[in-house]
Design a protein around this ligand. Sequence first.
Ligand code: GLN
Length: 453
Amino acid sequence: AHLDRTAAVDGAVHSYLHVDQVGALAQAEAVDRARAAGEDLHVLAGVPVAVKDVMTTRGLPTTCGSRVLEGWIPPYDATLVTKLREAGMPILGKTNMDEFAMGSSTEHSAYGPSHNPWDLERIPGGSGGGSSSVVASFQAPLAIGTDTGGSIRQPAAVTGTVGTKPTYGGVSRYGLVALASSLDQAGPCARTVLDTALLHAVIGGHDPRDSTSIDAPVPPVVEAARRADVSGMTLGIVKQLGGEGYQPGVRARFDEAVQLLVDRGAKVVEVDCPSFDYALAAYYLILPSEASSNLAKFDAMRYGLRVGPSGVDAPSAEQVMAASREAGFGDEVKRRIILGTYALSSGYYDAYYGQAQKVRRLIADDFAKAYETADVLLSPTAPTTAFKIGEKLDDPLAMYLNDVATIPANLAGVPGMSVPSGLADEDGLPTGLQILAPATADERLYTVGAALE
Ligand code: GLN
């Protein structure tokens, strides 16, 4: 049914970069046979899932939305993909994304943007707009995203779906093509909080292949989503998030959602996180620095695209690398490689990268202090509803500002979720409410998220 739906709508939505019709059907049939034979199956066995094209999938193309990796077929599965397969979940295909997960709209994909099913002229968020739109357009019930600065939560907000960035280290990064290793976190996307929890429980847990993986069981997310009881909980409203610069309809739906939680027995306090004002600036030094280093491996020798420099008979390795990177990387990727290389260069390192790391510490301290009085923190997920395709493409700063509310969680490593909070009055488009919890207390996101449904 989902493959039929894709055949009908993906020409317009463009959620997928690759659909694995044959593989998905074979996996579904294998589950049917196991079920007929009376085997003990996982609760999600046979439920299909779409995977963001930044996760390696054995035998299936993995491009990260880039020309640099066009045609590359990984020889191994990411750990979370292995877990999906072991649960018997057919993999429908690979979803579109901004190139190397840099962006908030999928417009930086080398293969063209995905479209928001609510209004095809608008963006489905980014970088995981393929995963949000695939779920919102009913092409898949579940999808995998990754969130380095908001790429699961902001797409969820603007498409009226649910998405979780687990605690840093809660889901293995083995097989996740790194953008910024200290910020990257894979997580689940779905249409309901309980569905999101079920997928979270499949992909989470310790992995010896990821040195930053947390050595503890997955938090009790499914139980929390089923309980959905916020009575006695204290919700912290972040003073720095949700004021100026946020669309009136986003703020109105946020206030109503908070009131609903109060009606259901929660208490509200305001929390002050002054360093959050510097989160965006710190992020756009730390992320490009790590990205410039991670992307150095795309040297045209080991993976993907290789082009020779024009007019040179016997080019050196360096000339081939330079020509291939020039041809293969898009503008946003180049912009960040240049920024990161500059920030890390000797003479500037302390002033930029070192300073940003200090701000990162202050943000973590703000969270720690806020969690002394509040069980979870709340804010709008994104300052606006989905903007028009093309609207912010020539203005990188305007694009970056879309992540102002989601980035602090990545800098501090704490978990976050976006849940739908209704349609904005002025444009009738979805808004999202963000829930943030202390590290390793991911279950609290699900308790609060489910209480809102
Ligand atoms: N939009 C943010 C960026 O461009 C977040 C990216 C992400 O989470 N992968 O960096």
